[in-house]
Design a protein around this ligand. Structure first.
Ligand SMILES: CC(C)(COP(=O)(O)OP(=O)(O)OC[C@H]1O[C@@H](n2cnc3c(N)ncnc32)[C@H](O)[C@@H]1OP(=O)(O)O)[C@@H](O)C(=O)NCCC(=O)NCCS
Length: 200
């Protein structure tokens, strides 16, 4: 199936995307459920990896896709990236946008010299990009996780060889937002959320 209009453009996320991104993630996963995920423990309070936070905008400029990658250690002294969350607006699904965002992210991570990517997600979806459980057999997430959904991909051969132990967050800490920023984000998220719900 092709995009009915121009295909959404994938670019690096900017600060102006934050409120719409949060609303899209709430729509895709549910707020409480997504914030309860063990992967979130490796993301909260951290900045995504430099140059690896992507946004897709539809023809009207609204955010319709999001994907970010995060610095982690795959056991002691094994640098890797954690991928997620990936979400596409319901109106834009099954048109290849998820694939385009994944391909962009994987290629860009490789270009930037990263050796490996981990994620927790649906293996039937991520297998098409080369992810499997093989590289994560001796790794543990820092909380509950389903082993058959804990996947890895080596960008550099052997980057996860011998990876054993706990996955830790290693990304730079994010600045704590001011009260003013929090209120502004919430107000923007509520209005975007309403428009998403009307269009979903
Ligand atoms: C998963 C998601 C990002 C895919 O985005 P998308 O733009 O629809 O992806 P694509 O168009 O590249 O691929 C669509 C294909 O993937 C399949 N697919 C979608 N989600 C899948 C899943 N969880 N498991 C297996 N296959 C899946 C679709 O059935 C479709 O198959 P087809 O090509 O044979 O028709 C999107 O469905 C979404 O945002 N889902 C809700 C959030 C989510 O679950 N995110 C992470 C998945 S763990």
């Amino acid at each position: 199936m092709d995009f009915p209009a121009a295909a959404p453009a994938i670019s690096l996320e900017t600060a102006g995307d934050i409120a719409q991104r949060e609303a899209l993630l709430d729509l895709a996963f549910g707020r409480a459920a997504r914030l309860a995920k063990t992967s979130e423990r490796l993301r909260e309070g951290r900045l995504p990896a430099e140059g690896l936070a992507f946004a897709a905008h539809g023809p009207d400029g609204r955010l319709v896709g999001t994907l970010r990658l995060w610095h982690v250690s795959a056991g002691p002294a094994k640098p890797a990236l954690l991928l997620g969350p990936l979400a596409v607006h319901p109106w834009f699904r099954s048109l290849g946008l998820g694939r385009a965002m994944m391909t962009t992210a994987i290629n860009e991570a490789a270009r930037l010299g990263h050796g490996a990517i981990l994620l927790v997600g649906d293996a039937p979806y991520y297998a098409r990009f080369g992810f499997s459980t093989a590289p994560t057999r001796e790794l543990w997430m820092p909380g509950p996780f389903e082993r058959d959904r804990f996947l890895g991909l080596e960008l550099a051969p052997g980057a996860l060889a011998g990876a054993r132990g706990l996955v830790n967050a290693t990304g730079a800490m994010a600045a704590t937002p001011s009260l003013r920023e929090l209120i502004a984000r919430e107000t923007a998220a509520v209005s975007f959320d309403e428009s998403l719900k009307r269009s979903a």
